[in-house]
Ligand binder design. Sequence first.
Ligand code: NDP
Length: 318
Amino acid sequence: KTVAVTGASGYIASWLVKFLLEKGYTVKASVRDPNDPKKTQHLLALDGAKERLQLIKADLLEEGSFDALVDGCVGVFHTASPFHDALSDPQAELVDPALKGTLNVLESCAKTSSVKRVVLTSSVASVYFNGKTLSPEVVVDETWWSDPEYCKQIQNWYVLGKTLAEDVAWKFSKEKGIDLVVINPSLVIGSLLQPTLNTSSSVLLNLLNGAETYRNVTTGWVNVKDVALAHILAFENPSANGRYCMVESVAHFSDVVEILHELYPNLPLPTKCADDKPLAPKYQFSREKAEKLGVEFIPLKESIKEAVESLKEKNFFS
Ligand code: NDP
């Protein structure tokens, strides 16, 4: 069976490609620059890559760029999307590639009859940025949707781009009869396969390289292996449908610092919050749908340990 993965060199996608190869799939993988060893070497070194991995150049902003990638594939995993802080032009750097890129990929899928299901990597960014008050009793689940107007108000362009992209994906798929399943991960941490630092790993790294303060933020956390496996479960299980929030636990940065301290008592960790406002409130995320799909979440403490060990091994901190 042949499947396609967009943005294959990325943090989550690298694990997805690894697991797909391990399961015997032939993988057509898109990268922006097939000649950049930093983006390809770790993929080409995976077990099974020699025989069953094909790298194809594609860019989210080029129309028709994904035609050759998805042609002949039964499944398409669309993970590519910029995940970094906006530099000078958030619309061009974050919103357009997320939104137009998703449409581009789906348009290519609609052109071929081989594609039976598309799994889209969305985010909890599309789920709970709507201005509702969060508190320990609130349980966020897949029925929630972020509000684009609220995203603009808080000037979070990454969140806006992900929200618009998922929204357009559902509308386009319905119109064209594409079988779409969506994965909505929270902040993803754990071991890195790629040699470069991705944004969500850098969030953890920022606590490890001598910072004095931690952010006053409460967020969901999940292991990268669980996220990658959820994509495969969503593709393989015929009854998988709709969205799947992927949140192992919701924790404030102070909780994460506490876990880091338990695991590594000798590390110089931040000791105080970045502001003196009350701590951002806890809330809950439903794990029910993901667990029904077959996800067995790796506990946060283990994910943190895997992330730290990997960041250390790759010399991101000493
Ligand atoms: P990475 O930055 O590691 O991966 C992003 C991938 O998208 C890279 O392969 C990148 O290619 C590709 N990409 C970006 N812009 C373009 C473009 N214009 N054309 C083609 N490819 C492009 O991040 P993650 O692995 O963390 O993210 C993967 C997906 O998961 C994204 O959709 C992200 O929004 C989503 N997500 C991530 C979370 C996290 O905490 N990590 C949480 C929730 C969702 P290149 O390497 O060439 O830059």
